[in-house]
Each structure stands twice: as C-alpha cells, then as structure tokens.
Design a protein around this ligand. Structure first.
Ligand SMILES: Cc1cc2nc3c(=O)[nH]c(=O)nc-3n(C[C@H](O)[C@H](O)[C@H](O)COP(=O)(O)OP(=O)(O)OC[C@H]3O[C@@H](n4cnc5c(N)ncnc54)[C@H](O)[C@@H]3O)c2cc1C
Length: 454
C-alpha cells in the first residue's frame, strides 16, 4: 500500500508482530535487531557439547488458549499450532516437597465455561469444603471483575479481603500469581491478575488450556515470523543495533551500527519494540519523550531461572507439567513427554528469592535433591544447564504506571509487553502491542494519503 519506509526496532515478539502486520498490509518495513538472533526473551539457545535432539529455550514458556492474537499470527505465518504445541485442558497438580499431592484441579472438559472450572473447583483435591466454596464464589464474581477492583492493591491484600484462606493462597493463588505475573504476591497487581484470570477462565472453555511447546521456541515463533515478514516484502537486519533516533521535521532519522560500521536511515514512522529495561537508552535524548523515558526508568524487574536436568532416557514424570510447593523449584516440565528430549526435565523458578544467592551448580544440586524427594524413582542427573534471565519480566506491581503505544512524537510508537496495559509481561501482551502499533500507523498513513479509495 504505502512506499513510505517504516522501521521496527527490536526483533522480539512485539517487533516481529508489528513488522509482520505492517508487511502484510503492504507497508515497506525494516526490522532492526541488535543481536544475531531474533526472538528476544522467547528464543532458543544453542548449548555446546550436549547430546540434544533439539535446542533448549532461554526458559520454558507456556501459552494459554486465550492467546488469541499470538496463535492467529503464528497460524498466518504457517505454524501448525496443533502440532507445535501440546494442548492440555487446565489441570494443576501441586505436590509438596514430601511427594504428597497437596492440590489437584482438573477442568471438566465436557462442560462449557465457566462450568468446566466451577465443577473443577467443586471436585478438586486438597481443599476443605469451605475453601472450595470461597474459591468458587471468588471465581464466580470474576465475571464482574471491574466491580471487584476499586483500587489496584497488592494481590495478597486483595485476596485476604475476599476471605481466601492461607491454604488457598499457598496452594492455588500464589503459584498462579507467580506463573502468570512472575511477581511476588505481596507486590503483584490485583487488577492485572484478575484480567488474566478473567480472560482465561471465562467465555470459551479452551481459553484456559495450557499450550506447551513441542518444538524449540525459535522454530515456533522467530523463524516462521521472519519468513513471513520477508515473504511479504519486509527486510530484517539482525546484528544491527539502533544507537539513536532523531526527529527531523516529519521524519525520523535512525542511526544504526553493525560491528564498527555506522549507518543512517530516514523513516516516516518508527516502532520502538525493545524491552522496558533498555527503551530509555533510545528515547531519553528526545526532548518530547523524557517523561516516557522516566516512566520506564521506574520499572523494576524479576528474574526467571530455568534448570535443565538430564536423567536417563527412560525417566518419565506422571504428567508434562507439575507444580511444587514448599521447595525452591516451582514447576517441573517433562521435556521427554513434550519434545522427545527423553529424560530431560526443565525446572522453573520464577521471581526473586533466596535462590538468587546460590551458584548455578548449587542451585542445580538443590533442585535435583528436591526432585528426588518428590519423585523417589529419579536417578542422578547426568548433567545440568542453568539459564538465568535476570530481567525476564518487568515486576507487575500494583499501581504500576505503564506507557501506552503512542508517544508525544506522532510518528514514534512503543511496542512491547510492558505497553499492553491489561496484561503482565507475556508473549500475548507483546504480540498485541505490535499489532496495535501497526494499526495506529496504518490509520495514520491512511489519514495522510490523498489517494485513499482510488
Ligand atoms: C525465562 C522466561 C520465561 C517466560 N515465560 C513466559 C511464559 O511462559 N509465557 C509468556 O507468555 N511469557 C513468558 N515470558 C515473557 C515473554 O517472553 C516476554 O513477555 C516477551 O517475549 C517479550 O517480548 P518483547 O518483544 O516485548 O520484548 P523482548 O523479547 O525483550 O524483545 C526486545 C528485542 O529488542 C532488541 N533490542 C534491544 N535494544 C535494541 C537496539 N538498540 N537495537 C535493535 N534491537 C534492540 C533485543 O535484542 C530484543 O530482541 C518469559 C520470559 C522469560 C525470559
């Protein structure tokens, strides 16, 4: 449609979705990514000297059936979603460090939403009748969550106000909060948590399905989207760091570097799709964007640790994903069941905690000992690989002020998980933010085009 060049800075989920949507609409788009590899915080990582059938990911990711835009985009890019993911109707199994199943909740797949989960709660293991009733009543009231939230307060206080017992907190809400927001419950935004619950647990029963990748993340996200962008005429420049952006009348000048070479380009519109941890480096010197830069400088971040442990090939867990409570390890995934990486377990530890003081070797040892307690049949792991993402997500704190997609410069937009204000840091938030930016730019170009409709 338009021949005006548009730049997208950052090749994570947000930048890829912005570039794919713009290219699909016929805009001339160039995506700059500073690293040699696309995918940002959802990427695969090559591990040397390990006998692996496929790459590992920078962290075990889970998507939900409610990730409507992500799944739609991947399908457009040619991903066979049914093959790329194992789809599990919501089932939560939380085991304590002693190996006992403390809590187990299974969606009733034959019933429509929300009855599939209401029945699940009614019949769940590990809660007293009174606790099931309070959890049920709370879930039921979610339908009108806007009335539930008068002010965005920390989730633990909010849940106490709604009479959720200590055990409900430990067995249900805290694991869900960490999984969804990657933020400790005493800081987490109750507003965002309820948004996630509402989107996942209402309207369509498949919204609460877990989608667990069967392939490495780059095969599912970055590679198909990159092919799609290029097939639609877009350009991708990896290993090109954007160093600065300057507003020149109606245009934006973007300075990039590749190694020791420097380049200057001019664009009509720019989407800055870098992470909230680095966005201020690009916008702080633009006088109109100082306020936005200050807003992002106030963000704090939470880590995610992924500990891969390789056991003998015949090792199998009772299900693909199991929650743990009272242990350093929080969730364990059986990669043999998921992606044919036989005997490989991936253990996730979300958010800040004492584990951050341990060396990688100590952490792997502690986690392996905990798993042995819970699953006594486990042998000794042959090797471990710990991947630490120190700034995995922004801390989704109560009352956090987040910038939107438009800025004080009419042709500069922000995309990224942190700009999609209804969600925590997720792939879906990132993808939606990219599509929104593409929509805003398309509208802007249409408004400025005298030949529309001819
Ligand atoms: C370990 C881990 C586990 C997670 N688990 C889940 C999960 O289960 N489910 C879920 O939905 N989400 C999960 N997330 C969060 C999810 O991965 C992120 O929310 C999402 O990938 C963010 O995408 P983004 O495009 O907003 O940002 P990013 O992925 O951070 O992309 C920004 C890109 O910009 C590039 N860049 C930065 N500066 C420049 C520059 N100057 N020039 C050019 N390029 C630049 C970066 O290299 C990067 O590629 C997890 C994240 C981590 C780290």
């Amino acid at each position: 449609m338009s021949t005006k060049p548009i730049a997208v800075i950052g090749g994570g989920c947000a930048g890829l979705s912005a570039a794919a949507t713009l290219a699909e609409r016929g805009h001339a788009v160039t995506l700059f990514e500073s690293s040699p590899q696309l995918g940002g915080r959802a990427r695969s990582v090559a591990i040397e000297n390990k006998d692996l059938s496929q790459a590992l990911d920078n962290g075990q990711h889970i998507m939900l059936g409610a990730y409507r835009e992500t799944l739609g985009l991947l399908e457009k890019a040619g991903v066979n979603v049914a093959q790329a993911f194992e789809r599990l109707p919501l089932s939560m199994h939380i085991k304590s460090g002693t190996g006992q199943t403390d809590f187990s909740l299974q969606s009733w797949t034959k019933l429509p939403a929300p009855f599939n989960l209401l029945m699940g709660f009614l019949c769940c293991k590990g809660l007293h009748l009174g606790e099931r009733y309070t959890a049920l009543r709370f879930m039921h009231r979610l339908q009108s969550s806007s009335e539930l939230i008068k002010e965005d307060i920390p989730l633990d206080i909010f849940l106490e106000q709604h009479r959720q017992s200590k055990r409900l907190m430990t067995l249900l809400w805290e694991p869900l909060c960490l999984a969804a927001l990657n933020t400790p419950i005493h800081r987490a935004s109750s507003r965002i948590f309820l948004n996630v619950l509402k989107d996942s647990f209402s309207s369509d029963k498949h919204n609460s399905d877990f989608l667990l990748p069967r392939l490495d993340l780059s095969q599912i996200i970055a590679q198909p989207l990159a092919h799609y962008i290029q097939a639609k005429g877009g350009t991708i420049q990896c290993s090109h760091r954007v160093r600065s952006i300057h507003a020149d009348n109606d245009e934006l000048r973007v300075e990039t570097s590749q190694g020791t070479s420097h380049f200057s380009h001019v664009f009509s519109h720019v989407v800055v799709a870098t992470s909230p941890a680095t966005v201020d480096q690009l916008i702080a010197d633009i006088p109109q964007l100082r306020h936005t830069a200050q807003q992002t400088q106030a963000f704090t971040f939470q880590p995610i640790y992924t500990i891969y442990l390789q056991y003998p090939a015949d090792t199998r867990l009772p299900s693909s994903m199991i929650g743990l409570t009272g242990t350093t390890a929080q969730w364990v995934f059986d990669r043999g069941r998921l992606c044919q990486q036989l005997g490989l377990l991936a253990v996730i530890i979300s958010a800040e905690g004492a584990h951050q003081q341990m060396s990688q070797a100590q952490l792997a040892l502690v986690v392996a000992q905990e798993l042995k307690q819970v699953f006594p049949q486990l042998a000794q792991p042959f090797w471990h690989q710990v991947i630490t993402e120190k700034r995995a997500t922004f801390s989704c704190n109560a009352g956090l002020s987040r910038p939107g997609n438009t800025t004080a410069l009419p042709n500069l937009y922000l995309a990224g998980d942190y700009t999609y204000e209804d969600y925590p840091a997720t792939i879906e938030g990132a993808v939606r933010s990219g599509i929104r930016c593409a929509d805003l730019i398309s509208d802007d170009i249409l408004k400025g085009c005298p030949y529309v409709g001819l």
